[in-house]
Design a protein around this ligand. Sequence first.
Ligand code: MN
Length: 173
Amino acid sequence: MASTTFIVMSDSHGDREIVKEIKERYQGKVDAIFHNGDSELPSSDPVWDGIYVVAGNCDYDSGYPNNLVTQLANVRVAQTHGHLYHINFMWDRLDLFAQEAQADICLYGHLHRASAWQEGNIVFINPGSVLQPRGEIREKLYAKVEVTDTSIKVDYYTRDHKLYPQISKEFKR
Ligand SMILES: [Mn+2]
């Protein structure tokens, strides 16, 4: 059975070290690494070699794409920061973006709140922020996603790489 594993981080807001650390920890051991925007780093920074990264509302470097759609072995991943789809106020536009991309998984950020949920055939994942968590969960988090032909499992890790099991989720696909 095909299986794909990837790492998702977001909203590092100038903290280059954590981006570098997560990349060095996982590169070559997972199938992909994603950053969902608001890094506040130059798009030419070599730290991005091997990371799929999009623009956030705090990224003024025009070198970042607003959206990416990435086909991994058995899973199609749509990625965007979220502000352009007004996710503070509604989910409809993000959902439409993901549907139009024919995505299995939609990665977003912006809210600095870790969450994973399913709408129709699409699993939406916010990895939280590795620097500035908001809301009830005060941990600085990133996510690890394991995809098989029948399931999508989302685990969160603290920025010192400890599993934060309280909000792990598993979805059928
Ligand atoms: Mn942000």
